[in-house]
Design a protein around this ligand. Structure first.
Ligand code: UDX
Ligand code: UDX
Length: 493
């Protein structure tokens, strides 16, 4: 049996940081060192201002940092000392060359493999934590195989991470399953067993699934594709609800009680965001295309197309309800993160809704409890969002530090992220501050139980997947008719 005393994790991001923190807490006898080339990030991990916001993360880090959990930029030393090396670096969508906009860029994974082969001696278990295309482990193996070091031996495992941001610590401590893929040889099985032993410190044995390497790699892509598909499915139904008088919340509840369908992940929204769903589906599509599985590629493309349609549809509804123009109107945007309980904005649907509203000349006052001002500006001035006019952001966008300031003299309040605090705002006070008629567009259905009260205050409420204002039905219908005439735009990648 391989004895594991030291773990090194390359990549101190949303995946590497929380994952290794929980391993360190659960396995006090193992030294866990998380390394990153980004000095600022490592400095933040060693401070009281962690580089990412995640509920309970600070407490867990403080319980083991300096004891058996270390954050460092000394990648070489950490690799040398490690028995197991996790690769948790980013695998972004390629922005150039072959597979541009779809394939995963594996240059960081390859660079890690080369660095490990360069530095390591003796026996190492190298674990892919990053989400990678199926057969990526082959690249790492090939690089190790070409090493001429006589005493270097290795096993490559796939151990994808299924944590969701905002609930990362809970997901890591009580995972639905741990998936470990490896070589079917005795040496491969021994490496799998060594990694299983680590998880067995806190995960019941029956939740640890072992497979061959390729099944494990593909399962991560497939899991994310299936989850995203559910959201696109319910969002497609939400469009139908808005024109028929059905309520997507009631539909989701009714279908979710069927065991075969299940309740989770049927929350209609302005579309999914986050660093994984879009990237992984694009990657899946690319793999299918390169393997000539065109129908399969087209099938998954539709999940992304509906997501983009939903974002655009929501923005069009805002414009349409505000008497077909938002030019020079002020709109409060509440929530910029891609979901609640995180400060992460990667692929956030809020960015796209803001883009569409800026395209129409709206002035935006944006509030998010956890996203930094610089991040919002960075996202909105990105070339894919502000195209050839990044200057428009300074003219059109104000970032505010509390929700009431955002609503001063606005025509509409738009909820883009489902932060709990938005359910408990003083809506009478907000109404006073706003221009009339005052509109609320709830892109997350966080105000469902308040609709009556909001209408009594005087708001006109518009929400995803439901017709709240009966008088508006013909208006909504006409807005949908107009959209029907516009062919679905392909997403920009
Ligand atoms: C990301 C993706 O979201 C996920 O799908 C994939 O499985 C892993 O990469 P995440 O942890 O969220 O996960 O990425 P990110 O927060 O960008 O962290 C990656 C870290 O790796 C960065 O801090 C970066 O500086 C570091 N890195 C990257 C290295 O230390 N060395 C490198 O060579 C490249
Ligand atoms: C996802 C997967 O859940 C996780 O297993 C994987 O490891 C990484 O990708 P994450 O992107 O962090 O995690 O969050 P998730 O909770 O999956 O939400 C993704 C997006 O879908 C968010 O924008 C969220 O608001 C949206 N969503 C989720 C909906 O619109 N409706 C839902 O019912 C659920």
């Amino acid at each position: 049996m391989v004895q594991v005393n030291n773990i090194c994790c390359i990549g101190a991001g949303y995946v590497g940081g929380p994952t290794c923190t929980v391993i360190a807490q659960m396995c006090p006898q193992i030294t866990v060192t998380v390394v990153d080339i980004n000095e600022e990030r490592i400095r933040a991990w060693n401070s009281n201002q962690l580089p990412i916001y995640e509920p309970d993360l600070q407490e867990v880090v403080e319980s083991c940092r300096g004891r058996n959990l270390f954050f460092s930029t000394n990648v070489k030393e950490a690799i040398k000392n490690a028995d197991i090396i996790f690769i948790s670096v980013n695998t972004p969508t390629k922005t150039f060359g072959m597979g541009k906009g779809r394939a995963a860029d594996l240059k960081y994974v390859e660079a890690c493999a080369r660095q490990i082969a360069d530095i390591a001696d003796g026996y190492k278990i190298v674990v892919e934590k990053s989400t990678v295309p199926v057969r990526a482990a082959e690249i790492i193996r090939r690089i190790f195989q070409t090493s001429t070091k006589p005493n270097l031996s290795f096993q490559v495992l796939s151990n994808p991470e299924f944590l969701a941001e905002g609930t990362a610590i809970e997901n890591l401590k009580n995972p639905d399953r741990i998936l470990i893929g490896g070589d079917e040889t005795p040496a491969g099985q021994e490496a799998i067993e060594a990694l299983c032993e680590i998880y067995k410190h806190w995960v019941p044995k029956n939740k640890i699934i072992t497979t061959n390497t390729w099944s494990s790699e593909l399962s991560k892509l497939a899991a994310n594709a299936f989850l995203a598909q559910r959201i696109s499915s319910i969002n497609s139904i939400s469009a139908l609800c808005e024109v028929t008088g059905a309520d997507v919340g009631e539909v989701a509840h009714a279908i979710g009680t069927d065991n075969r369908i299940g309740r989770p992940f049927l929350q209609a929204s302005i579309g999914f965001g986050g660093s994984c769903f879009q990237k992984d589906i694009l990657n899946l599509i690319y793999i299918c295309e390169t393997l000539s599985l065109h129908e399969v590629a087209l099938y998954w493309q539709q999940v992304l197309d509906i997501n983009e349609y939903q974002r655009r549809r929501f923005a069009s509804r805002i414009v349409s309800c505000l008497f077909n123009t938002v030019a020079d109107k002020k709109i409060a945007v509440l929530g910029f993160a891609f979901k609640k309980d995180t400060g992460d904005t990667r692929e956030s649907s809020s960015i796209h809704v803001c883009k569409y509203l800026m395209d129409e000349g709206a002035h935006l006052a944006i509030y998010d409890p956890k996203v930094k001002k610089e991040q919002i500006i960075r996202d909105l001035t990105h070339p894919t969002i502000s195209e050839d006019n990044p200057g428009r952001v300074s003219k059109l966008v104000t970032i505010v530090s509390e929700p009431y300031a955002a609503c001063e003299n606005t025509h509409a309040l738009v909820i883009c992220t489902e932060w709990d605090i938005f359910k408990h705002l003083d809506y009478e006070r907000l109404y006073e501050k706003m221009l009339k008629p005052a509109f609320i567009f709830d892109g997350r259905r966080v105000l469902d139980v308040l609709h009556k009260k909001l209408q009594q205050i005087g708001f006109q409420v518009e929400t995803i997947g439901k017709r709240v204002h009966p008088a508006l039905s013909s208006h909504v219908l006409s807005c949908h008719k107009k959209q029907d005439q516009t062919p679905a735009k392909k997403i920009k990648t």
